[in-house]
Ligand binder design. Sequence first.
Ligand code: AMP
Ligand code: MG
Length: 333
Amino acid sequence: MFKREIAIICIFSMLLLLASCGAGESVRQIYVMDSVASIRLIPKNEAAADLICKELYDMDNVLSAYDGEVYDINRNGEGKVSRHTEALLRSSLELYEKTNGAFSPLLGSVIDLWGIGSKNYIPSQDEKENAVAASDIGNVAIEGDVIRLSGGARLSFGAVAKGYASDVIKSVLEEQEVEGAVISLGGNVYVHGKKPDGELWRVAIRDPRGGENSWLGTLLLSDRFVISSGDYERYFEQSGVRYHHIMDPETGSPAQSDLAAVAVICESGVVGDAYSTALYVMGKEKALSFWREGEGFELVLVGRDGVVTVTEGVADAFAPESGKGYSYETARR
Ligand code: AMP
Ligand code: MG
């Protein structure tokens, strides 16, 4: 059998990833952070693959809102935390400022109130207002490695934990001098170095209105994160309304966005993860202004109107998939 010439890393699709595995590679697939993590190192480096899995299990143990130290702080109101939780909260507070609060690490009360994907509850206006008030960013304080919550606030790192974890993996890859790697954490992809033939990696952008293995275009990249958010990942429908998992911190309800999905392409996992969530909340116009005013990241925005907007920094790297019913445009600075 010939090895596939071009490996397609489909967001959310482990099958395609595994189809392109070869003998000179280290491959791992583990369940962490409520999703499948897939690790592929080329050439083979079993020690680095083991180290990456260990780091992932360690982070999973502390960052989950359902057990571990973040869970304990949400229950007790304060606690001493590990280096991961401390670093993630500090980064999250900066990203809260950068996104004008569209991303917030303190939305636990709002997220738990709805329980999208679990209890699927539609709260009253009063309940939403109380949860929004509890989520005020002034209700968290960090001193050294001690975090304190007040006013009913609860931490939630669901929007950034995987991005943060991919940054940790990226540093392991660098320290271990791994030449090429593809890491996917629940659909957030990091491509490291080049393919053995010296070519770039091809990363697929999921079609938010297609199935899990359907993509609307691909990007040729190296040393980049591709991090996606959208209303297709977790939701329930009632009376024809889709209640999805990305919350507008101002209203305490699922964001009424004109976007179906956002993919952020950048060199930092935690930044890409916070931005993908925040830009979905902002909607297309504000997301493009945010891109024009910012630096160090590029976007693929999928509008609910079927228009795919690719920012100019990745326009040449992007190849649309034909026959998907989308139209494509390039955004310029
Ligand atoms: P992502 O898939 O990275 O966009 O993360 C979505 C998850 O982050 C949700 O399932 C919630 O747990 C949490 N979340 C939802 N809305 C926000 C928000 N505006 N800011 C921070 N976290 C959020
Ligand atoms: Mg995110």
